[in-house]
Design a protein around this ligand. Sequence first.
Ligand code: HEC
Ligand code: HEC
Length: 197
Amino acid sequence: MKNTRTLGAALLLGSLAFSGTSIAGGASAEALSITCAGCHGYNGASTGPATPSLAGMSAVYIEDSMKAYKEGERNATIMTRIAKGYDDEDFAKMGQFFSSKPMHMAKQSAAGNMKKKGKKIHKKYCGKCHEDNGTSADDDSGQLAGQWAPYLKYSLEDSMSGDRDFGKKMKKKVKKAHKKYGDDMAPALLDFYASQN
Ligand code: HEC
Ligand code: HEC
């Protein structure tokens, strides 16, 4: 029963003109989250590379991201349109569902050989908030280690251009790191994060 309803909701996503209210109407956390699997993978373990894994991130981070997408506060290619179909109660359920899954560390070959430099940069400028080399969900700041590099590259670019609001403190650190390492900063960090799998 649940499955047919979920499938219906998934199909509707493509054609509905969203009104801002929930199209899911009280569906369970699991039923809601299955509609995300086509892109984010089973249980939020994405097969990549431009769609991030959601598994094991903090519920708060997922909820806040969905709200920011819905309000148009966060830069996105597709998520703004998707988030508009749901309400805050749905977002809470999605956060609860994906945060309960084990974090997915994508198997990907690091693009280059700058992971040592990346580790150094991370420790000095990023590790205070992105704890345990970027694998901790306790800090409500997403997943860096083991996240898909092509997706992370977009996030990093947004952090440098200011297209996405990461908060003043992170912005300052990114700026400092960029000043010191220049064009090496992003590829070195991406190598470091991708090498943890
Ligand atoms: C059609 C593909 C697609 C579907 C379906 C989809 N997403 Fe996404 N999602 C993306 C892409 C691509 C991004 C990267 C941002 C962007 O470009 O929109 C993303 C980003 C996100 C992020 C940000 C992750 C981070 O690391 O900051 C969250 C949270 C998220 N999606 C949740 C969901 C949830 C919950 C659902 C189901 C209701 C869902 N998505 C359905 C493609 C999709
Ligand atoms: C003061 C704390 C802080 C520092 C320092 C910090 N960050 Fe962040 N970072 C955050 C928070 C909070 C978020 C979530 C922002 C949001 O809600 O969109 C985040 C999100 C991110 C994301 C997005 C993840 C995703 O899934 O889209 C990336 C990438 C990132 N940080 C990289 C870095 C890098 C690289 C550094 C060091 C140069 C750094 N951060 C330093 C707090 C910090």
